[in-house]
Ligand binder design. Structure first.
Ligand code: ATP
Ligand code: MG
Length: 568
């Protein structure tokens, strides 16, 4: 795994733009675009591209368009369009009136295709898809010219018009660019630019039965919108000659395509096709399942837009492919939530505790600090009473060495409350399980401070039994156990690679009463347990929290290891 570059303001893309501004290319203008295909929900990889395109535009006083690259009616849907808009907005970027659809340019694409035919640079081809593959050649062998390659221009024009008018069956004809069947670049071997598809488009309905291919539509869309720097991922590097060819042959305004390495993240997959499969096979609850690497999944999980932007900045852009450890993403949200998430107390697996010397009917409101990182967040009152719940894990009847939490005869601090000492243990007669523990408290330690300098090593959290609210806490782990689930032989069977323990639902948790009516998506730190956010399915009668991230920083360890490695 390689170390991410830690620089946002200086990278090879920004360097190119600075040079272009200096030389007066594009009159110093900077105009980028984010061009999603609405065939699925956006993921964290797209977030990298969004942050890059919108931030670059911002930094250089330029503009960034949101353009839907909707040229494949079979896989695209309106639902995705709306979800994508919501995600880009949520990340904190806006496009004002610069919202475009490639489908708005269909007439223009068609007219340009006609121009190519007129220039003798495109022809209608009758090869079937299988034949076309056979004629295409391989990386080591040149392709073979299609028998239809030298059709007269007039015939091509007539056939293309008939293709549009629906005279031919799907798959029976294509329009192809006439470039070079022996080119070392397979993309240049007379690529298809139009195919027949009897499919309804989510915006143009049944107006069209021929649809342009990505390579043809994309460069022209960029040109129409007068994009200056067309930033895309490395897999398009081999398509750049074609991008340039179309614009040059048509004599159109010519943006510069620049490729950067896509984001690959450990323990997950990042292709919309594969994510769609997980959704369709119900391996996850939907595109916004909190385990998904989608922006909507991360949002539901409790990620902040700021943390995702910080992550994008930290990983930077480079031309080298790398695999970023998901621990870095978790680090970024932990760092952000540490600053802003109010602290609360909640008990994951409750164990009843009776404080035997505490008065029966008394309830005290104890002062608790909302965020030790931010004094302006103030304090709140937490009710304390004779019967409370503590974490089952915080008690051991037979403690190991260096156990600083609760055990028979041991004294610990109840956070913001009192020092207590365990004096008795009650067990279930049938199962032998500890059912409740009895403690005494020291009234002199109110607030959790000892007046006589007496020290306790452990501090545990608690909730008052009669005041606590029921809640379900959902604990998440990585969706895939393996760092790179797509690698190796098993990679082809993704389902088998799923982490069977990626979701643990802990019902019957007890949380402090201040959480009544907590807003969906609001975020908290449950002290000592982790950062959590309120699930949108949460109700007043059943609170549901999603664990965004644990408190333990595994990134620090990884970073240290990397530093040691790079020193060697
Ligand atoms: P997927 O491979 O997930 O299906 P895609 O590339 O087909 O993604 P598009 O909707 O075409 O998805 O992508 C929109 C933009 O986002 C493109 O410019 C693409 O280069 C960029 N992008 C997609 N995936 C990543 C990634 N992992 N890292 C950075 N940018 C990405
Ligand atoms: Mg794509």
């Amino acid at each position: 795994m390689s170390e991410p570059e830690i620089s946002s303001t200086s990278d090879f893309i920004r360097d190119i733009i600075r040079e272009d501004q200096k030389s007066g290319k594009y009159d110093g203008r900077v105009h980028t675009r984010f061009p999603p295909e609405p065939n699925g929900y956006l993921h964290i990889g797209h977030a990298k591209s969004i942050c890059l395109n919108f931030s670059v535009a911002d930094e250089f006083q330029g503009f960034c368009n949101l353009r839907f690259d909707d040229t494949n009616p079979i896989k695209e849907e309106r639902e995705y369009v709306e979800a994508i808009k919501e995600d880009v907005h949520w990340l904190g970027f806006g496009w004002d009136d610069r919202l475009y659809y490639a489908s708005d340019y269909y007439e223009q694409f068609y007219a340009y295709a006609v121009q190519l035919i007129q220039h003798g640079k495109a022809y209608v081809c009758d090869l079937t898809p299988d034949e076309m593959r056979a004629y295409r050649g391989t990386l080591t062998e040149p392709g073979t010219d299609s028998p239809w390659r030298n059709r007269p221009i007039e015939e091509n024009l007539e056939l293309f018009e008939k293709m549009r008018a629906g005279h031919f069956e799907e798959g029976s004809k294509t329009l192809r660019a006439k470039i070079d069947m022996s080119s070392g670049n397979l993309n240049m071997r007379d690529p298809v630019i139009y195919r027949i598809l009897e499919a309804e488009h989510h915006r143009t309905g049944n107006t069209w039965c021929i649809y342009p291919m990505y390579d043809f539509a994309h460069c022209i869309s960029d040109s129409i919108e007068r994009i200056t720097h067309s930033l895309c991922t490395l897999e398009f590097e081999d398509h750049r000659p074609l991008y340039d060819w179309f614009l040059d042959v048509l004599g159109l305004y010519h943006p510069q395509q620049i490729e950067f390495a896509r984001l690959n993240l450990s323990n997950t997959v990042m292709s919309k096709r594969k994510l769609l499969r997980l959704v369709e096979e119900k391996q996850v609850s939907g595109w916004d399942d909190p385990r998904m690497p989608t922006i909507s999944g991360l949002r539901r999980r409790g990620y902040t837009p700021e943390s995702i932007r910080a992550f994008s900045e930290r990983i930077g852009v480079a031309r080298r492919e790398s695999l970023v450890d998901i621990a870095l993403l978790e680090f970024c949200v932990r760092e952000d939530l540490n600053k802003r998430a109010p602290r609360v107390m909640g008990v994951l697996r409750p164990l009843k505790m009776v404080i035997t010397n505490y008065p029966e009917d008394t309830v005290e409101d104890l002062k608790a600090i909302n965020n030790p990182e931010d004094a302006t967040m103030g304090t709140r009152k937490v009710p304390f009473s004779r019967v409370i719940y503590v974490e089952r894990d915080d008690f051991r009847e037979d403690p190991p060495k260096k156990w600083f939490r609760l055990a028979p005869g041991r004294e610990v601090r109840l956070r913001y409350a009192y020092f207590i000492t365990c004096v008795d243990v009650k067990k279930d007669k049938e199962t032998g399980e500890v059912s409740e523990i009895h403690c005494t408290y020291d009234p002199a330690t109110r607030g959790g401070d000892s007046p006589d300098g007496r020290r306790v090593k452990g501090t545990i959290h608690w909730v008052s039994a009669s005041h606590a609210l029921d809640a379900e806490l959902r604990l998440y782990d990585h969706l895939f156990t393996k760092e790179d689930p797509e690698q190796g032989d098993e990679g082809s069977n993704l389902t088998a690679q799923l982490n069977p323990y990626s979701l643990e639902r802990v019902s019957s948790c007890r949380v402090e009463p201040s959480l009544a009516g907590a807003e969906p998506f609001s975020r908290f730190q449950f002290e000592r347990i982790g950062y959590f956010s309120v699930d949108p399915d949460s109700t007043d009668t059943k609170l549901i929290f999603n664990r965004t991230v644990t408190l333990k920083d595994s990134w620090a360890k990884i970073e240290k290891k990397q530093q040691q490695k790079s020193k060697k």
